[in-house]
Design a protein around this ligand. Structure first.
Ligand code: RAM
Length: 360
């Protein structure tokens, strides 16, 4: 049996308690055995006798974060024996590419479409078409607008995710100097929301000596994220720090700063994948960073998909379901829609990065 480690399920209460002192959970739970290793159950069938089909469309290919998310989604559906899993990833992180995949899923008469949206609004017509055809739709990781889905699976509180990254960089640079943000695409709902919270945090007078000079977009593409980092360094020779709220941007910026020998001159923090960032946490380019478990984002999405498919939940506030090893989850209202919250971001630093780099 394939041996992939996973996060021990933590109750939200435990995480919040652990995080209340540090602003974020400082120590992730201990890694343990594989998700989805329970004996395979027989797939459930729909009323017409066909196996239920669960589609996951991630943002794009070539991003290990998305692969981990897909791994968790697949593990959830398979351990419950709920039906067929169809994993899709467009070559580019665009709405157009996802629209085409959603049209295909509608034609295949799938049971559920789960997706990390590449645009909050552009997918609305095609996702409404899917829901009108009886397909259950949910977003995870990156939300689509509330008219386009029944519920959203949120990795962590966007306000905390945004604010904690500014607090971190301020501590790293002594509260003084120019900073920049290296984001994913300009349409990504998750990054855009986190950046809004960063900007709100920066309004606090305690950051009066810090200046956000630019938000650059690497589009979650390695090459573009690399060239955008280089462009930032060139345009702002006094730059003191980069916040990258995307795992792709983090890894690219970590490499650029390392290759240019900028350790201790320009610091990096943000949302990084331990497997990609261990090197840069160890060499000091990134003193510490944050993330949640992307396998769990997918796994929770998988259980939410099954609960929508069998009618346990409709996406309404107060609906409850059991998400496998993550335990009971309740749907809450957030903004003008509803969502299911995974937990709180973890802090990764020299003391725990070795333990986590082989997990995700
Ligand atoms: C990238 C993607 C993903 C985001 C993480 C933090 O992998 O943009 O959507 O949640 O970074």
């Amino acid at each position: 049996m394939k041996k992939i480690k996973k996060l021990l399920a933590l109750s939200i209460g435990t995480v919040l308690l652990a995080s209340s002192l540090a602003g974020c959970a400082s120590k992730p739970a201990t890694p343990e055995a594989t998700p989805g290793t329970t004996a395979e159950a027989t797939p459930e069938a729909t009323a017409n006798g066909e196996a239920k089909k669960f589609v996951l469309i991630v943002k794009s290919t070539g991003n290990p974060y998305n692969e981990k998310e897909a791994e968790g989604f697949k593990a959830a559906i398979e351990e419950a024996g709920a039906g067929e899993v169809i994993l899709k990833a467009p070559a580019e992180p665009t709405a157009e590419a996802q629209i085409q995949m959603i049209e295909e899923a509608i034609a295949q008469k799938v049971t559920v479409i789960a997706l990390a949206g590449n645009d909050p609004d552009a997918l609305e017509p095609v996702l409404k078409k899917a829901m009108n055809a009886g397909i259950k739709v949910l977003s995870l990781d990156s939300s689509v607008n509330s008219a386009s889905r029944m519920v959203h699976v949120n990795q962590a509180d966007p306000e905390r995710i945004g604010r904690v990254q500014v607090q971190a960089i301020s501590e790293m640079i002594g509260g003084k100097g120019q900073i920049a943000v290296l984001s994913a695409t300009s349409q990504a709902a998750n990054q855009n929301l986190w950046i809004e919270w960063m900007q709100k945090e920066l309004e606090d007078p305690k950051y009066a000596d810090m200046e956000l000079v630019k938000v650059a977009y690497g589009d979650d593409l390695r090459d573009k994220s690399t060239s955008e980092t280089e462009a930032l360094l060139k345009a702002y020779p006094d730059l003191k720090g980069i916040i990258s709220p995307t795992t792709v941007g983090m890894a690219a910026a970590g490499k650029v700063l390392t290759d240019k020998g900028l350790v201790d001159k320009v610091v990096l923090t943000g949302l990084g994948l331990p497997s990609e960032m261990a090197e840069y946490i160890t060499n000091g380019v990134c003193p510490w960073m944050y993330l949640w478990n992307p396998i769990d984002v997918g796994y929770l999405g998988g259980y939410a998909a099954m609960a929508l498919a069998d009618g346990t939940i409709t996406g309404a506030e107060g609906d409850k379901f059991t998400a496998g090893r993550l335990g009971e989850k309740e749907i809450i209202t957030a903004g003008d829609g509803t969502e299911i919250m995974l937990g709180d971001p973890f802090k990764f630093e020299p003391a725990n990065i070795e333990e986590w780099k082989s997990v995700y």
